[in-house]
Design a protein around this ligand. Structure first.
Ligand SMILES: Cc1ncc(COP(=O)(O)O)c(C=O)c1O
Length: 360
């Protein structure tokens, strides 16, 4: 006996997607980005599955990197935002973490540190996103200072991040690419530009290192259909079941604030998933769910622990029937579009209440 709600994570699909990212950019080394608990899929389990294949992992902060090291991950781990405090520089050197340097404060923290061994440093260049990165004009000075420091090993990589690579017709990616190439050409060092959308749709941005995140989890970040998305298999499946059923008359309402009103005699299935599990509360009526493999739409507001689904058009729905909220057969991006968000957010929002079942 148990609440029938859980998440299935298909590690075989994760490995497949990683290999697809490598196939799309065969000349690059591809880092697996497993920040934010591997986009909600479980960082340790995903990194363990990918470690035989991936040459490095990417995380957002040192706490995430330490979690992986403690779990036995021995490959390099890149701190994609670098260090937040000077003492993290020492820990990064001890643990063999690679450090992104994106701001003068971080440069000085590295130059002034007392390290037992040199750090591997990636220099992030602000090519137009204006969120992180050293300015292209000042790059040469910082590069020389880092290169000359005994705290820095001489395998420096130059990196940047794209603002709009998911928009396949937005020329801003080409603008950023040009700024990056001009700024880094004099130094002749390895480069890293591409996130998932750039791996999939901007081959000219494939560098020596690519950084694959969202696509590893099996969905396309692109704004339009693209052949590169055909190789992706969804990794996360959010699952529950019908736990209650009722017939209501035309004119009756369903759920909090009576937001959905039956325009005909209707059958309503209650499903044990809600915003307490990470299902988005702002999913509108009509948001698709799969009941017994057939599409139906949400009726009324999402509650903390339950949703109601209009199954009037489905035959023979019973208590216990399986429900898929997203995953195979129902794309997470489609669900996200009914909740004014993106697949990235839905994945990372899944809460700890939902047990994860890993499959190969
Ligand atoms: C610096 C950096 N590189 C790579 C990624 C991975 O991006 P995506 O999930 O779109 O592949 C991110 C994610 O935000 C990032 O911040």
């Amino acid at each position: 006996m148990a609440r029938p709600s859980h998440m299935v994570v298909d590690l075989g699909a994760l490995i497949h997607n990683y290999q697809w990212a490598c196939q799309l950019a065969p000349k690059a080394q591809t880092m697996a980005v497993v920040k934010a608990n591997a986009y909600g899929h479980g960082a340790v389990a995903c990194a363990n599955a990918l470690e035989p294949y991936a040459p490095a992992f990417g995380v957002a902060c040192i706490e995430e990197a330490i979690e992986l090291r403690k779990a036995g991950i021995s490959k390099p781990i890149v701190l994609l935002e670098g260090t937040f405090t000077p003492d993290e520089v020492t820990v990064a050197a001890e643990q063999g973490f690679w450090v992104m340097v994106e701001d003068p404060t971080q440069v000085h923290a590295i130059l002034n540190a007392h390290l037992s061994k040199p750090l591997t440093v990636w220099i992030k260049v602000d090519t137009g996103m204006h969120r992180l990165g050293l300015s292209p004009q000042k790059l040469g000075g910082y590069y020389q200072q880092l290169l000359n420091s005994p705290n820095v090993s001489n395998n420096i990589v130059f990196a940047t991040h794209f603002a709009s690579a998911d928009e396949t017709n937005n020329s801003f990616t080409s603008v950023q690419l040009k700024v990056f190439m001009e700024a880094t050409a004099p130094f002749n060092q390895p480069v890293s530009l591409a996130n998932s959308p750039a791996i999939m749709a901007w081959p000219e941005a494939h560098g020596d290192w690519n950084r694959a995140g969202f696509m590893l989890y099996g969905n396309s970040p692109l704004d339009a259909h693209h052949p590169s998305s055909e190789g992706l298999k969804p990794v996360m499946q959010m699952c529950s079941a019908v736990t209650s059923l009722r017939h209501i008359d035309a004119g009756e309402t369903v759920g909090y604030a009576q937001k959905w009103r039956a325009d005909r005699p209707s059958t309503i299935a209650t499903v044990a998933i809600g915003y307490g599990d990470g299902y988005p509360r702002n999913a509108e009526s009509g948001t698709p769910v799969m009941v017994n493999g057939h599409r139906a739409g949400i009726a009324g507001r999402v509650s903390m622990d339950m949703i109601c689904v209009d199954v009037t058009d489905l035959n023979d729905v019973k208590i216990g029937d399986p429900v898929c909220l997203w995953g195979k057969g129902l794309n997470i991006n489609e669900v996200a579009s009914h909740a004014a968000t993106i697949g990235y957010e839905l994945m990372t929002r899944v809460t700890q209440r939902l047990p994860i079942k890993y499959t190969q």
